[in-house]
Ligand binder design. Structure first.
Ligand SMILES: [Zn+2]
Ligand SMILES: [Zn+2]
Length: 280
């Protein structure tokens, strides 16, 4: 079983909508079924919410009062957001880098989604350069612009911490905005006129690696379907075949008929072959 380490690219113009490419060999298949809520999703978000509200209840108010009294608001919003996202990003990317490049811990490789495509230093150095440019040349100016918008809307931060209901409402609202904005924006980026100029770079990784996502997309690009983590299978499959699973949640993919998985593709292939055999 030869491990391929080169960056492969399949032109999505050649991929027909109902005929996602089927590879002869996928290697040992971990579970590729993506249910809307898997145990990992429920566990991950329950732990996150419990930690957040546990911490908030114990230390949150004093800590927040101390931060507000110590630092000016632009430093809290811009510096705080930058530090939290940078620490989170580099922490996970370092762990995933060790897992990808040194195959440590080896036992985690049983969860590798595309085990025949082994990430290399070349993949990492290429992605690192793009990530640094994106974080500083795009991320910093965007943060400044968003801060100006927050200021324009009114007092951006106050003394009171949000309640669990505020967070629930905003999370649902942002999830809906993300699903709509991401799905249609992403489909637009797959238009032949835009794809080659912009999105092709992201799709050089037909087996994605965490560093090639930005901060909130590390898990969906990590290449491993780890227990107790949200499933990255849908977006991993998007990288494999280009024309399925454009959205982050899956509702619009289901509505537009662009939802897909290896199982579905294999099933369709079997049906086509059975129909061809019958008609002969
Ligand atoms: Zn991606
Ligand atoms: Zn894409």
């Amino acid at each position: 079983m030869a491990a391929s380490s080169e960056l492969k690219h399949v032109d999505p113009d050649q991929v027909l909508d109902d005929q996602a490419p089927v590879q002869d060999e996928w290697g040992p298949i971990v579970s590729h079924h993506k249910a809307p809520f898997e145990v990992g999703d429920v566990f991950f978000y329950s732990v996150m919410i419990s930690l957040f509200f546990g911490g908030l209840h114990l230390y949150g108010e004093q800590f927040w009062a101390h931060i507000l009294a110590t630092y000016p608001k632009p430093v809290i919003i811009l510096g705080g957001s930058f530090i939290i996202s940078e620490v989170g990003f580099w922490f996970w990317v370092t762990l995933l880098g060790v897992l990808d490049l040194y195959q440590f811990p080896k036992s985690f490789w049983r969860y590798k989604i595309q085990p025949l495509k082994v990430p290399t230093w070349e993949w990492y150095t290429k992605a690192l350069w793009v990530v640094l440019q994106n974080q500083f040349l795009v991320g910093v100016p965007t943060g400044l612009l968003l801060y100006k918008l927050l200021e324009w809307r009114g007092n951006p931060i106050g003394m009171e911490l949000p309640t669990i209901w505020d967070l629930a409402k905003e999370s649902i609202g942002f999830l809906a905005i993300e699903e709509i904005g991401f799905y249609y924006g992403h489909r637009l980026l797959h238009h032949p006129k835009l794809y080659k100029r912009i999105h092709k770079q992201h799709h050089l990784y037909t087996a994605p690696i965490g560093i090639a996502g930005q901060t909130n997309a590390i898990n969906s690009h990590c290449g491993f379907h780890l227990p107790l983590f949200p499933s990255p299978l849908a977006h991993d499959y998007h990288h494999e075949v280009f024309n399925k699973n454009y959205g982050p949640v899956g509702i619009l993919d289901w509505l537009h008929g662009t939802a897909g998985s290896r199982e579905l593709t294999l099933e369709k292939k079997k049906q086509r072959e059975a129909a061809q055999a019958k008609s002969k």
